[in-house]
Design a protein around this ligand. Structure first.
Ligand SMILES: *[C@@H]1O[C@H](CO)[C@@H](O)[C@H](O)[C@H]1NC(C)=O
Ligand SMILES: *[C@@H]1O[C@H](CO)[C@@H](O)[C@H](O)[C@H]1NC(C)=O
Length: 185
């Protein structure tokens, strides 16, 4: 049974951060202002994720008239070409506004998107964890910034937040944010 399950999940295992044990009970940003969080964010570093292979990765969050959040992610998989992917995020419980759910198609399950920390103007720390059969977990984590580069000081602050959630900093993969300006290519 377990062997079969592991084989099924092999593609997931190799590309995602997959480990035993249940998701940690992490605290999120206490007061979260979605309006200030909207807009453009650049990915600085992340835990490995199979759906993010390119460089110049950025996310754009916008409020839709129906109250859901449009998520427009872009990455450069070949020089000069930005590939977009659109998803939807929702605040599931208004009492916990920093805990969002996000999905990228009608078929894929809605994953968690928890904002652990943000100052809205320079940095955001996002953590996602999904329990699988109460035995394993799949984790994602991102440090996002309003600029393509982040000061050492702000980065250290953000990394401390990820460590608090149990993320091992040595597993983070920096995102290449160089050569991203389409006008200069
Ligand atoms: C919403 O969040 C509050 C605060 O954490 C919690 O007490 C409540 O049970 C949640 N409501 C639902 C429907 O999950
Ligand atoms: C973003 O980068 C520009 C140019 O490097 C710099 O002038 C600006 O202060 C940075 N902004 C933030 C919020 O770090």
């Amino acid at each position: 049974m377990w062997v079969y399950l592991l084989l099924l999940m092999a593609p997931l295992v190799s590309a995602q951060t997959f480990s035993c044990g249940r998701c940690p009970d992490v605290t999120v940003q206490k007061t979260f202002d979605l309006q200030r969080y909207l807009g453009r964010w650049f990915e600085i570093t992340k835990l490995p994720a199979s759906f993010e292979r390119g460089k110049c990765i950025e996310a754009n969050y916008a409020l839709r008239p129906d109250g859901t959040i449009q998520v427009l992610n872009k990455q450069m998989e070949e020089p000069g070409k930005l590939t977009p992917i659109e998803g939807t995020a929702v605040v599931k419980n208004q009492s916990e506004p920093a805990k969002l759910g996000v999905g990228f198609s009608y078929l894929s399950p809605v994953g968690t998107y928890w904002v652990l920390y943000t100052d809205y103007t320079s940095v955001a720390v996002v953590y996602s964890c999904t329990d699988i059969m109460r035995v394993f977990k799949v984790e994602f984590a991102w440090i996002l910034a309003r600029n393509r580069t982040l000061s050492m000081e702000t980065r250290a602050r953000a990394e401390a937040e990820l460590q608090r959630a149990g993320v091992k900093l040595c597993q983070l993969i920096p995102t290449d944010q160089t050569g991203c300006d389409l006008n200069t290519l």
